[in-house]
Design a protein around this ligand. Structure first.
Ligand code: SF4
Length: 108
């Protein structure tokens, strides 16, 4: 698992190393998420994973994460699927939830 600490404060981004199961353009997804989280202050652990089957479990330490492929996207929290959406909606729903968690200062 790769880990990228954006700043001293703020979120930490993790992504899977990708493998034969990767079902999504992980690089462009991770890039979009990375650009977005630059503005965030809350110390969330955010995961970007390549497949919906193993992604949540492999990134169970993440506060929130995304995975997708074959037209489906999921958002998971602490290893559990939180929402399933179409791949097209994935980034919008994910960003909205990140924004909410940022506003709430990530209170559970
Ligand atoms: S999350 Fe999926 S694509 Fe990424 S390394 Fe694990 S099995 Fe492979």
């Amino acid at each position: 698992m790769r880990s990228l600490k954006i700043r001293e404060r703020g979120p930490e981004l993790i992504s899977c190393p990708t493998c034969g199961r990767t079902r999504i353009d992980l690089f462009s997804l991770a890039e979009k998420v990375e650009n977005y989280v630059q503005t965030m202050e809350t110390p969330l652990k955010i995961a970007v994973m390549g497949c919906v089957v193993n992604g949540p479990g492999e990134a169970r330490e993440a506060d929130i994460g995304v995975a997708g492929g074959n037209g489906v996207g999921i958002i998971f929290k602490k290893g559990k699927v939180w929402k399933k959406v179409s791949e097209n909606e994935l980034m919008d729903v994910f960003m909205a939830e990140l924004e909410k968690m940022e506003d709430e200062g990530h209170k559970p």
